[in-house]
Design a binder for this molecule. Sequence first.
Ligand code: NAD
Length: 260
Amino acid sequence: MFETFLSGKTAIITGSNSGIGLGIAHELARAGASVVLNSFTDRDEDHEIARSLGEKHGVEARYIAADMSKADQCRALIEKAGACDILINNAGVQHVAPISEFPAERWDQIIAINLTSAFHTTAAALPMMRAAGWGRVINIASAHGLTASPYKSAYVAAKHGVVGLTKVTALETAEAPITANAICPGYVLTPLVEAQIPDTMKEYKMEREEVIRNVMLARQPSKDFATVEQMGGTAVFLCSPAADQITGTTISVDGGWTAL
Ligand code: NAD
């Protein structure tokens, strides 16, 4: 349907050497965009992920290391990329603990990576989008940007913050051909989710399958994980002309979670 309508556009996807970010990078590249992948590591395998993605889709693909917990590195990522028509703020980490036992340094880290990084990258990218006369900011929030769960104080606070930042970005760019929206995934089976399973098994004293169906997917009425390809497809749609007037809103891809 969309073919290669993003040819000539550059997309920067934070936190994209795995999971949802990498899935979105593949779908944007399939639609013709040049992509810049990112994480905080600088390993051969990170650059290899970009090389093979570029080869698969016939687009330019680069990997730029930058730690999204550091303000200067967030801004340097955008500057080093040299162009930013599509910004996907996706980098994220999680920690699960009751508020009174939540380590303060984990709170700070989650707020920095999941929320503050999006402020810095957006601040650096908007002048490039204005100069180019077109832009898309797509923030990967969460069903936890709209609802809450116990033990996820920092994550829920950061994701609600991302939804607020998205609205402000949309209002400040409303008259430019720039849109800003948040995708709110339900549970998508990625390394981030996989890493939560052992802690949740301990917390609820349950086996793996029980945790998946009765805890993780308890609030996902479809009883099915969403996929990284579906996140990528939603991002591609938000970059399409059909979405020119969609701005400042959230799109839930959550199997009905937020309908409950
Ligand atoms: P993931 O762990 O596979 O991906 C997280 C990415 O962030 C990785 O590429 C990781 O290297 C990167 N990252 C971590 N710390 C970083 C840092 N300091 N600097 C730069 N990059 C860093 O997890 P995922 O599930 O693909 O999560 C991607 C995004 O989607 C996150 O923002 C997450 O909150 C959100 N999300 C995920 C789900 C889900 O069910 N998986 C649901 C809702 C929202």
